[in-house]
Design a protein around this ligand. Structure first.
Ligand SMILES: [Zn+2]
Ligand SMILES: [Zn+2]
Length: 167
């Protein structure tokens, strides 16, 4: 399976399915997403309710296959540990990387259809005022316990390594 930018020049090889799919309502994801949407030809990244959808992979199951030269890092603050990476060939946001972590959050829109459906909402306390959360999946004000457990189990399965994503 591959995550692909809109124009097809940049591809990321994915092994297997994501271990979780989530909608994040935090302000950082939304601010960054709206920023990326300002670029020419950029795809929509933020949902109407202010959430951003991700498919979350182990870093050792993700490999930049083509177009690494197009990838650009963006950080909301220069010293932020989280970078968001955009394929500059067509201004497609590809993934969010909490650099000390062992997981990588791919923007769900980059995965081939049908991409795995979101199964949990996190950081719901930051959602836009007046919007309703999806009713069919659980929502948590901050981080979801099930996501924390999955992250821990996944990290154990990785032998507690923290691979780096380079390009
Ligand atoms: Zn592209
Ligand atoms: Zn977020």
């Amino acid at each position: 399976m591959e995550a692909v930018c809109r124009c097809g020049e940049t591809t990321i090889e994915l092994t297997g399915k994501p271990f979780e799919s989530a909608i994040c309502y935090c302000e950082s994801c939304r601010t960054a997403g709206h920023g990326f949407e300002q670029d020419r030809d950029a795809p929509q990244t933020v949902r109407a309710d202010g959430g951003v959808e991700y498919c979350i992979y182990r870093k050792d199951r993700v490999k930049i296959a083509r177009g690494g030269q197009h990838l650009r890092d963006y950080r909301l603050k220069p010293d932020s540990p989280t970078r968001r990476v955009v394929a500059s060939c067509c201004n497609s946001p590809m993934f969010a990387d909490y650099t000390p972590g062992h997981w990588l959050s791919l923007y769900r829109g980059r995965l081939p259809e049908p991409a795995p459906e979101p199964r949990v909402c996190v950081m719901a306390k930051d959602r836009l005022e007046g919007t309703e959360l999806p009713k069919d999946i659980p929502a948590y004000d901050s981080f979801a316990p099930r996501l924390m457990i999955k992250l821990l189990v996944t990290w154990a399965a990785m032998g507690f390594r923290r691979p780096k994503i380079t390009f």
